[in-house]
Design a protein around this ligand. Structure first.
Ligand SMILES: Cc1cc2nc3c(=O)[nH]c(=O)nc-3n(C[C@H](O)[C@H](O)[C@H](O)COP(=O)(O)OP(=O)(O)OC[C@H]3O[C@@H](n4cnc5c(N)ncnc54)[C@H](O)[C@@H]3O)c2cc1C
Length: 461
């Protein structure tokens, strides 16, 4: 089995947790020939060289000044040329990098390299004779090869053995790759960040209450979920026609369009046909797996810019301005596309999310039974901070935040969670947030409507 693992160096010089999981999964596949593939600055060679000590047969770095400034489409195009040469059976990618945080590149690469796409892989693929099986949250299925898998944060990367040697890193330039300079780097990137601002979203005015008031506050907050989108800044001039793929993006579409058509079929071919027929100014998709995969495929096939995970849209009647959190949610970026139609996935609230979610942080480690009882009392789902997951308190499926999932219940009760920005991005769209923490200065209270200054073990109800 030949496996190419696509990795990107993070701002800290290391691999992101999703790429690490993808590489570890490849190393766990017995007898596999693993190639590491990255696009980046020449200094990425040091990282690849270190990573090769873990067992990769070779490492390839696509590096050229003309590759700089890429967006996801240009990245996927450049990587697809290398994949065409390497001819692997499997390509492994992390779900997302922490630099771009778009979760789009894998799906675009699969479309451009003509690979079967399986998103959200939850375990190392299993081989049975010449068959390969892969598990996602939806269950296990047989793969048709060649395939591209995107991995959740399911494994930590092993450490090198003392005797292991670093392998050679082969650096490939734009000319050697045979890349079209108009399709890569900044020149080949249809999306542009035009402004950034500090993200003030998610901050709430906290009212401190006593533990005895908790029950009443929760009951009064039931049924009050947040509105689907952040209000627009009143778009006076609207785009003539916007295509909404499915019902989920409809509210966004109506906010920026004079006329909206809804396509109920979330298949790339049907969307491409509708684009060619109706020439909409923009096409909006939901952020569920089907919406993301469809959007990435349409962008790859038509060579269009795609902006992921928008939380607000604006227009001047000519252009669509797409606003999304960036840098772990600390800033909001305003982005436009120089190709038309503009494509965007828009964050819709997941209605399958439970009415009440009770989340445990590491501060609740000694009293998880109290957290479970609290959840049972409100018929709530359990969730967790990353530290709580890393310490084995609750499974990864429960993790809320940048490298976990986003939830939008009517009530989110955070017990023993400090309120790191990486956690807050996953719960900031809850209707009412209640934080329970003995430290009155914990940042979580800046993101909570109600606060209880108490230890988890003192919760009685
Ligand atoms: C790139 C990156 C991605 C990340 N992604 C995520 C993510 O997706 N999700 C996520 O959650 N984190 C994520 N993190 C980690 C994040 O930065 C924080 O480290 C993490 O959220 C902290 O978890 P915590 O609040 O449980 O622990 P801590 O920050 O240690 O906080 C524990 C809290 O418990 C309180 N406490 C102490 N004793 C008690 C008690 N007896 N009862 C009640 N409370 C008590 C303390 O006052 C403290 O506020 C990420 C970090 C990075 C760098």
């Amino acid at each position: 089995m030949r496996i190419v693992v696509c990795v990107r160096q993070g701002l800290d010089g290391e691999l992101g947790p999703f790429d690490a999981a993808a590489y570890e999964a490849a190393l766990q596949m017995k007898g596999a020939e693993v190639t590491l593939l990255s696009m980046g600055a020449p200094r990425t060679a040091d990282l690849l060289s270190r990573l090769s000590r873990l067992g990769a047969k070779e490492a390839v770095l696509l590096s050229d000044p003309l590759f700089a400034g890429v967006d996801t489409l240009a990245t996927a195009y450049t990587l697809s040329l290398a994949i065409a040469r390497l001819q692997p059976d499997l390509v492994f990618c992390g779900r997302q990098t922490l630099v771009g945080d778009t979760a789009q590149t894998g799906a675009m690469l699969a479309a451009l390299a003509d690979l079967t796409l399986v998103s959200g892989v939850m375990a190392t693929p299993r081989e049975e004779g010449d068959k390969v099986f892969v598990a996602t949250r939806e269950g296990e299925r047989q793969l048709s090869l060649p395939a591209l898998l995107t991995f959740e944060r399911i494994h930590a990367l092993r450490l090198p053995s003392l005797r292991s040697r670093a392998g050679e890193v082969k650096t490939v330039s734009l000319a050697a790759l045979g890349a079209d300079p108009t399709r890569t780097g900044l020149a080949g990137s249809p999306t542009r960040v035009i402004a950034t601002a500090e993200n003030e979203g998610g901050r709430r005015r906290c009212r401190f209450i006593s533990p005895a008031e908790l029950d009443g506050v929760v009951r009064a907050s039931l049924g009050k979920r947040q509105e689907g989108i952040i209000p627009q800044n009143g778009c006076e001039n609207k785009l003539p026609l916007v295509l909404s793929v499915g019902e989920a993006p409809l509210t966004y579409a109506k906010a920026v369009a004079e006329r909206v058509t809804v396509l109920r079929d979330c298949q790339a071919d049907a969307v491409i046909e509708a684009i060619r027929r109706d020439c909409p100014a923009a096409v909006l998709f939901g952020t569920d797996t089907a919406g993301r995969e469809c959007a990435a495929r349409v962008a790859a096939v038509l060579g269009l810019g795609l902006c992921a995970d928008c939380t607000a849209l604006e227009t001047d009647g000519q252009e669509l301005f797409m606003i999304r959190p960036a840098q772990a949610g600390s800033i909001m970026a305003k982005i436009k596309s120089r190709t038309r139609p503009a494509l965007a996935t828009v964050r819709t609230l997941s209605q399958e999310s439970a009415e009440v979610v009770v989340a445990a942080g590491i501060g609740a480690a000694a009293s998880l039974d109290r957290v479970r009882a609290l959840a049972a009392h409100f018929s709530a789902s359990l969730a967790a901070s990353r530290r709580a997951v890393d310490e084995g308190l609750l499974p990864y499926d429960c993790q809320v935040g940048l490298t976990g999932k986003a939830v939008s219940p009517a009530v989110y009760i955070a017990v023993g969670i400090s309120g790191a920005v990486h956690h807050v991005v996953g719960m900031s769209r809850a209707g009412t947030v209640i934080a329970i923490n003995p430290d009155k200065n914990a940042p979580i209270f800046d993101y909570a409507d109600y606060g209880i200054i108490a230890r988890a073990e003192d919760l009685v109800f």
